[in-house]
Design a protein around this ligand. Structure first.
Ligand SMILES: C[S@@+](CC[C@H](N)C(=O)[O-])C[C@H]1O[C@@H](n2cnc3c(N)ncnc32)[C@H](O)[C@@H]1O
Length: 205
């Protein structure tokens, strides 16, 4: 995968290129956001008790979010990502979690209702709406009880906005419409502003 993939009109190809490129240093970001992930997963636990659950995390990166969830402990913790290099780092860092290479819009390795909870953390804002819908559809298919999306919910600092533009993410539209997008898949949606511009978007099945 070469540098020209950054300019590709194919959204997936561009994202895989970017995340494979930054995978070796992503663990450092992971470390700096650890406290945040611990606090948000604690909050999620008050709404949906996590102990003994089966959980799938889509777009898991180097596994920071799923490892915060795995503390409870879970009955089964699985993380998937379409970046092979992210998964390689995740396996080294979090042996307590099972990691697989998979595209979030095609989770065919898992049957319907395979997990109590299906999550993703800071993945959805990066995609355009039609791709978000495809990934959400798969997340709801493999979820038995709840889908939880952890992502932006308020205004972004200017350095974060710069990074998002560089990544060519869809964060502006995401902030405006994601709650509504989720309600196409769930009749029971809750949106919580949890911490410093972080949101938890929850949809029950
Ligand atoms: C900003 S990172 C977030 C990583 C991790 N969830 C976290 O919170 O630290 C976004 C991740 O989503 C992955 N990703 C984006 N689109 C995906 C897709 N369609 N299927 C699987 N993974 C995807 C990227 O490879 C990247 O690792």
């Amino acid at each position: 995968m070469g540098f020209l993939h950054y300019f590709s009109g194919d959204e997936d190809r561009r994202a895989r290129f970017i995340f494979n490129l930054i995978a070796p240093v992503y663990g450092l970001i992971d470390h700096s956001i650890r406290d945040n992930y611990l606090a948000v997963t604690d909050e999620l636990n008050t709404i949906f008790p996590l102990k003994g659950r089966t959980v799938l995390d889509v777009g898991t990166g180097t596994g920071g979010w799923i490892s915060a969830l795995a503390r409870y402990p879970l009955k089964e913790a699985v993380g998937v990502d379409f970046s092979e290099k992210m998964i390689r780092q995740a396996r080294k860092k979090h042996p307590e979690v099972r990691f697989e290479v998979s595209d979030g819009k095609n989770l065919e390795m898992f049957p319907d209702g395979a997990f109590d909870l299906v999550t993703c953390s800071f993945v959805m804002h990066g995609m355009k709406r039609d791709l978000r819908e495809k990934v959400l559809k798969e997340m709801f298919r493999v979820a038995d009880k709840v889908v939880a999306v952890h992502d932006f919910s308020g205004s972004l600092s200017w350095p974060t906005r710069m990074l998002e533009r560089l990544e060519r993410s869809d964060y502006r539209n995401f902030l405006q419409t994601f709650g509504e997008e989720l309600s196409f898949f769930s009749g029971n949606v809750r949106v919580l502003n949890v911490r410093k511009g972080n949101g938890l978007y929850l949809g029950w099945k």
